[in-house]
Design a protein around this ligand. Structure first.
Ligand code: C5J
Length: 221
């Protein structure tokens, strides 16, 4: 029997056995003071607002036995999977692969690439390393989800308008039903956060659903 979550633009009927929690890129370099995001002049406290609600949602998902998947944006140390266009983007003095405050920026195995301790994966939770913004590009996440019979995703993480939004669009095209948990997503730009949610639910839910964590947690219990 599905559990009803009151959501926008209409109720989301969650089938727990076929639903997974996907946590996008809650990495130290994006979220911690002294990381790459902060070095670029971003206010990381805006992203950190998502940590506390996400801790509660993660605890509820774990307690319910739901599959939890974490993603990390990053590249191989030899940069062979880094498109030159991505390396050059922004014309910044410091870019992906260069030394940063927490090791080489967005490089697998470096301290800044890892997930914040508050949300650290536990045994049995797949961690998907992704070279792009979307979690489906050049990763095995689709295979992991299909092998577990997953058809619905609760999507959280950072940033709302970039990696979370891209992942929701990719998942939508592959037939997954996506609910974005609004207070468990965050952006350095509050207006982009709002719009990142608004464009998902526009036109009758063109990419999916949006609901606050308290409703999702209540449905998981
Ligand atoms: C993510 C980014 N995770 N904004 N990356 O959104 O570059």
């Amino acid at each position: 029997m599905p559990t009803t979550i009151t959501a926008q633009p209409y109720d989301f009927l969650m089938n727990k056995a076929q639903c997974a929690l996907v946590i996008i890129d809650m990495q130290r370099d994006f979220l911690e003071p002294g990381g790459f995001g902060a070095m670029l002049g971003n206010d990381v406290s805006l992203l950190r607002q998502a940590i506390a609600p996400l801790q509660q949602l993660l605890a509820a998902a774990r307690a319910s036995g739901m599959l939890v998947i974490h993603t990390r944006e990053g590249h191989r140390p030899d940069l062979t999977d880094l498109p030159p266009s991505k390396k050059a983007r922004g014309n910044l003095p410091t870019t992906i692969g260069d030394p940063g405050p927490m090791g080489r920026i967005l490089i697998q195995g470096e301290p800044g690439h890892d997930i914040v301790p508050e949300l650290y994966p536990i045994a049995g939770e797949p961690v998907v390393d992704k070279p792009g913004k979307g979690a489906f590009f050049a990763t095995d996440i689709d295979a992991i989800l299909r092998n577990r019979g997953i058809k619905q995703l609760l999507v959280c993480g950072v940033t709302t308008e970039v990696c979370v939004n891209t992942t929701v669009r990719e998942a939508n095209d592959r037939g997954y039903e996506c609910l974005m948990v609004e207070d468990c997503c965050a952006s350095y730009f509050p207006e982009f956060h709002r719009m990142g949610l608004a464009m998902v639910i526009a036109q009758g839910g063109i990419f999916g659903w949006v609901a606050p964590s308290e409703r999702v947690i209540a449905a998981l219990k």
